[in-house]
Design a protein around this ligand. Structure first.
Ligand SMILES: [Zn+2]
Length: 305
């Protein structure tokens, strides 16, 4: 298969040479691994690709969380675990997490899927960080961080439950892992392009591999895609309702979030999030199902009216 020196040089620049075949091989590999890794997400019934195993997710999330906590501590921004706000946030999170098994079971059944057990290995935790940003995020495996700038936007515990439910849902839906699968695909594409278009030197290849690792570790805090946001809204709303929070508070919450200026709108709730108006419409459409969760799980509470 090896060509002559002059032929090889010409082929390297054009589309008729050996590098074209390298590109095809990479594309074939990418397609094979992408479609071969397709699974049905039990919470949504939609096709999903995971870039890390549940065990890896928990490990990566725990590592990244340690980094987040030590950074916040170094800045003097980590609220003590026994601070009033920390306790309130943890209490809301705990009520939501207690309903994960029941909501998981119900949604999986709705989609004709077996209920996943992955969340049993999650190491849930919630930290509150002093910051003007109206932000929150979750790391794979269930580590949640809430910035104090979110409190005035949340206004009440029902809305905070909608936010925390949304974050918990990102972890349950393994959106971090799904994004890693997308990143890997992009990396394979870039490597293929690099090889096909003249090749990369070992230093560049190393940089690509490092980017892969760094993306896996730090990519989680970036905004999720629109579809993942909508999925997290739905699953989070059902969790909030099953935990006996008023799910209807989610609608004005996203109204308030939408009123934050573009520059002030923090990463987790930034431009790739669904348009606030669409989001409220979607939430309203989900309300009958959420209210059914409330009725089923909150018979001892005052009914929603
Ligand atoms: Zn989100």
């Amino acid at each position: 298969m090896r060509r002559g020196r002059s032929g090889g040089a010409r082929a390297g620049r054009g589309f008729g040479g050996i590098r074209w075949w390298v590109l095809l091989l990479f594309a074939g590999y990418a397609a094979f691994s992408w479609f071969g890794s397709a699974e049905t997400d039990p919470y949504t019934g939609e096709t999903a690709h995971y870039g890390a195993s549940p065990v890896e997710e928990v490990q990566l999330g725990a590592q990244a969380y340690q980094q987040v906590l030590s950074d916040a501590t170094a800045q003097g921004a980590l609220l003590p675990a026994d601070a009033e706000v920390s306790r309130q946030i943890r209490e809301i999170a705990e009520r939501l997490i207690a309903k994960v098994p029941a909501v998981t079971e119900a949604l999986a059944t709705e989609n004709g899927q077996e209920a996943p057990q992955i969340y049993r290995d999650f190491q849930w935790d919630a930290a509150v960080i002093q910051s003007d940003d109206a932000n929150a995020f979750v790391l794979p495996g269930g580590k949640i961080a809430v910035y104090t700038g979110l409190l005035p936007v949340a206004e009440n515990q029902n809305a905070m439950a909608a936010i925390l439910g949304h974050e918990i849902a990102h972890a349950l839906l393994r959106h971090g892992s799904q994004r890693m699968a997308q990143q890997k695909l992009v990396q394979v594409g870039q490597m293929a392009a690099g090889v096909a278009l003249g090749g990369m030197d070992p230093g560049q290849q190393q940089a690509v591999m490092a980017a892969l690792g760094a993306g896996a570790q730090y990519g989680f805090i970036l905004p999720y895609g629109r579809n993942h946001e909508t999925q997290a809204d739905k699953v989070g709303l059902m969790l909030a309702a099953a935990a006996c929070f008023d799910p209807r508070e989610a609608v004005p919450l996203w109204e308030r979030m939408g009123r934050l200026g573009g520059g002030e709108r923090p990463p987790e709730f930034a431009s790739t999030h669904p348009d606030p108006a669409n989001r409220q419409e979607t939430l309203r459409a989900l309300m009958p199902q959420a209210e059914a969760f409330y009725r089923e799980h909150c018979a001892d509470r005052p009914p929603l009216q």
